[in-house]
Design a protein around this ligand. Structure first.
Ligand SMILES: Cc1cc2nc3c(=O)[nH]c(=O)nc-3n(C[C@H](O)[C@H](O)[C@H](O)COP(=O)(O)O)c2cc1C
Length: 420
């Protein structure tokens, strides 16, 4: 095995057993395509690299060979590599990712022209029904050319997924590698009962203002909720993320609504339940946020003076309970709650979670014990037990939050197919 493949499945087994053709064009973003390829490898994929001659002028094939552990295909020869890997034969890969895609190559693929290794792979892949994804990168004036958008639309009509670039600094920059991963994983995901559902995920922590600069809050990082949002997207759902404070960026795959306080999160959830903003009511609510339980009846308008620091007494009142109101408002949704408990024995933990599930009329509840430093709030890892209203109990062993989320979303999909 090539030594560079030692990173395979380092982060998850999401793409294990999958072979992905990464076809690189002559854009400066080709250097970032190596990060994309290695991210796909970290999730288990094997890479078949293909480079256009223009790509080879920007990065050397040796570097691509090192990064992917496979010698890149630059020139097509008697082995008919495009047919071998993108045709219908036994050696067929699972997906073609054109990354980065130049304006030139996008136009040629849209027009059915194949005069480079990349375009010949694309013609063959699209013609053989292979899932194909195109990730453009170019300067803004090139992206603004009406023919480029027309060509992109032609590709969409051919069932090609487009990973839209980030528009900044007068450039249409290659999308974030994690976003490309999400689109690849979604395209490769088998048919899921969650496909096409509107899933709303709450994540992060809320803050309650004592005065304009001081807050009451908790240590939730938002990692678990964001991982749930990404897994739901990968399973084919349309995801809205209602995000408080957190240490991780909201993912590009979700429509994100930012909130501060528990009351704002409550209001945002109610609006999503009814589909006020999008016209699409919620099908599934995943309540992963750590919502504060107490708030000031009214925050102080000015900063509380630090002159007299003997003692400060605060009277707090309860915040609105999102999960208790969700099913009352829309009984038809599937409600997936999270519960963080502290230092309880196993039986007590599960009893407590079961009572909470019943009180909220939830369908599923995932419970963990945050007194274990290996799991919970700020950690990258988690271990949970999932309970369903139908009495099932599934332990999810300690693993990365990303892997835990994959399992929880798979369990949610199973629940929806049986009871949803
Ligand atoms: C340094 C350099 C950077 C380039 N970057 C881009 C780019 O980001 N996007 C793009 O569409 N074309 C870019 N080009 C132009 C393409 O390389 C050119 O259109 C070439 O014919 C593309 O060939 P290919 O599509 O077969 O890779 C760049 C050219 C140079 C010299």
């Amino acid at each position: 095995m090539h030594p560079s493949r030692d990173i395979t499945s380092e982060r998850s087994s999401l793409l294990e057993g999958r072979r992905i053709i990464v076809a690189m064009c002559g854009s400066v973003a080709v250097m970032r395509a190596l990060d994309v390829a290695r991210l796909l490898m970290r999730h288990g994929a094997a890479i078949v690299p293909v480079m256009s001659n223009a790509a080879c002028r920007l990065v050397g094939p040796e570097l691509v060979w090192w990064a992917t552990g496979s010698e890149p295909i630059v020139t097509l020869g008697g082995a008919t590599e495009h047919i071998a890997f993108a045709g219908r034969g036994p050696n067929r890969a699972d997906l073609l990712l054109v990354c980065p895609a130049t304006a030139n190559t996008i136009g040629k693929i849209a027009g059915g022209i194949d005069d480079t290794s990349v375009t010949t792979f694309a013609t063959t892949a699209i013609g053989s029904g292979m899932p194909t994804i195109v990730a453009p990168a170019m300067h803004e004036p090139m992206y603004a050319h009406p023919a480029v958008e027309r060509n992109i639309q032609s590709l969409i009509d051919m069932d090609v997924d487009i990973v839209r670039p980030r528009r900044e600094e007068d450039k249409a920059k290659l999308a974030d590698p994690e976003h490309i991963l999400d689109i690849v994983a979604r395209r490769l995901h088998g048919r899921s009962p969650l496909a096409g559902k509107h899933i709303v995920v709450t994540a992060g922590r809320t803050v309650e203002y004592i005065d304009p600069i001081r807050v009451l809050s908790n240590n939730s990082s938002g990692k678990m909720g964001v991982a749930m949002a990404r897994s739901a997207y990968r399973a084919g759902a349309d995801v809205t993320l209602i995000y408080g404070k957190g240490t991780v960026a909201p993912p590009d795959c979700a429509r994100t609504v930012r909130v501060d306080t528990a009351a704002q999160m409550h209001e945002a959830v109610i609006m999503e339940l009814d589909g006020v903003r999008t016209g699409r009511p919620t099908d599934v609510l995943i309540a992963a946020a750590a919502v504060g339980d107490w708030q000031m009846p009214e925050a102080s308008q000015g900063k509380i003076s630090t002159h007299d620091r003997e003692r400060l007494e605060l009277t707090l009142v309860p915040t609105p309970k999102i999960i208790d109101d969700a099913k009352r408002r829309r009984p038809e949704i599937v409600l997936f709650a999270f519960r963080a408990l502290h230092d309880l024995g196993e039986d007590e933990l599960l009893d407590n979670a079961r009572r909470r599930l019943t009180k909220a009329s939830a369908d599923l509840i995932a419970v963990n014990d945050t007194s274990d430093p290996a799991v919970g709030f700020e950690s990258d890892r988690n271990a949970l037990t999932l309970l369903t209203r139908t009495g099932e109990e599934t332990p999810i062993p300690l693993s990365t939050k990303e892997q835990v989320a994959e399992k929880l979303i798979a369990e949610l999909a199973r629940f929806v197919s049986k009871h949803g």
